[in-house]
Design a protein around this ligand. Structure first.
Ligand SMILES: [Zn+2]
Length: 103
């Protein structure tokens, strides 16, 4: 299946967060830059940014999800997000378990 870049995450935390977010909507995503699981091998070693790829037929749906995510980021953060008691990561209110440590 063809994959297309939908989002460029600033770091691996954000990339995993978005991957988890897409997974909630049954969208399979691939992270490029962190590992080379989809077989693109010639990346500069100093690239920290991680590309998030989704199947082409899921692009539209994924874009909606990510734009919601970005909107949420710009809304009042402290209102709904919660901090994980074990690893101190911030989770959105829609997450019942921590995205990072699954506690
Ligand atoms: Zn946690």
């Amino acid at each position: 299946m063809d994959y297309e870049i939908i989002y460029k995450a600033a770091n691996s935390c954000e990339a995993h967060f978005i991957k988890g977010l897409l997974k909630q909507y049954s969208i399979k995503s691939e992270l490029l830059g962190e590992n080379l699981s989809i077989g693109v091998g010639e990346l500069p070693v100093d690239v920290l940014q991680i590309d998030i790829l989704v199947p082409k037929d899921q692009i539209k749906k994924s874009k909606n999800i990510i734009s919601d995510y970005e909107n949420n980021l710009s809304l009042d953060k402290s209102k709904e997000n919660w901090e994980c008691p074990s690893c101190k990561e911030i989770n959105p209110s829609s997450f019942e378990i921590c995205w990072n440590c699954k506690e």
